[in-house]
Design a protein around this ligand. Sequence first.
Ligand code: AMP
Ligand code: GLY
Length: 422
Amino acid sequence: MNILVLGSGAREHAICWAIKKSPKCKNIFCIPGNSGISKVAKCFDFNPQEKKAIYKFCKKNKIDLVVVGPENLLEIGISDYLKKKFIPVFGPEKKASRLETSKLYAKKFLKRNNIPTGDYSEFSKIKESIKYISDRKPPYVIKVDGLASGKGVMICEDIDSAKNVLEDIFLKKKFGEAGKKIVIEEFLEGFEMSFFTFLDCSGSLDLGYALDHKKLFNDDRGPNTGGMGAFAPSKIVSKELLKKIKHQIILPTINSIKKEKIVYRGIIFFGLIITKNGPKVIEYNARFGDPECQTLLQRLDSDLLEILNATANDKVKNCRIKLSQDYSICVVLSSKGYPGKFGINKLIPNLEKVKDTKNINIFHAATIKKNEKYFSNGGRVLSITSRHKNYKKARENAYNYLKKINWKYGHYRDDIGEKNIK
Ligand code: AMP
Ligand code: GLY
């Protein structure tokens, strides 16, 4: 088969790496990709939002399957466009993607289907929203309705910072159209977990879970990021908890999608908080998580391409999954300053010296190669991902690689997965 993957992060690197292992894979392309991805796929540096150009590329290269990485492409309807032209796509169409692209749509879906989630109210005006928070105690969880590159959720510890956030949204229009409407949600206490299920019109197939580390600094301090690391499996996730998640969240979601005749072909990412009253959904995403994807795919002992292709063609019910019991830990190396201001084009001198092995992958998120040297090209730069049957070894190996890379412009958390040891 000839495969095209759209996107340019470490998630897409992991997807390309896993697809490439399939005996069914003849050629793999990635648009736009990055210099790490180009080690496993042929990369073409043009804008994947150019639907017509993508279609032309598919025709020219006899593409059998397109795999969509990021949510912004789902939102602009890349899947709808290619499906209409009879190209199988892994990644839901625009309407189904609203489960991720509109927080309000998702909250209403959750509520009308009695799927556990936090209570919420919807607002489109500053006055009403300030009145609402004034009657309540902090912390306040304020979410803009639309996509905001992972920056649309604000947790405010006091009323003054909440008012500032509301002013940013409604008066300064910081989020543009995405902030026309907002959700103010009940603050949920507990630990977070990301769960993934492949879904199409024939059935579903659980991939499993990973624990993400959203905050920039150790001990979950500092600003929210796209994710600074992930690991799985974890001893804090018991069999009983997984059963609850299956029966209270996953099955009701899938049944409601079917009942509401939502056509979904792709992966659903359940963002969960495990509270003392059980698991609750804080968000749905219509794509793989980053860095969860790196961790999960490293442990996947099944043929990923078979599963993606089956899902795109409504045959997922025929697939089975083999996920290893080994541990996998992914530590993100970011540019210093991320998620705020950071420099790019910084040399990463030791990167050529460290090589992937059978159990350690250096997935590239934002690098560029010039004259045989790697330079940084974004906020999250590398995902060092390590698999081992011994948990401590998996961690140790990942951190040894980071020490070898020893990048002076970089930052990483050194407590990824520590919760599992404590
Ligand atoms: P999201 O962009 O929806 O993934 O949200 C970003 C982060 O905000 C999540 O990973 C949680 O840590 C936090 N969060 C979102 N909703 C809630 C909530 N209702 N209660 C507590 N934390 C939340
Ligand atoms: N790591 C969370 C996300 O991909 O949204």
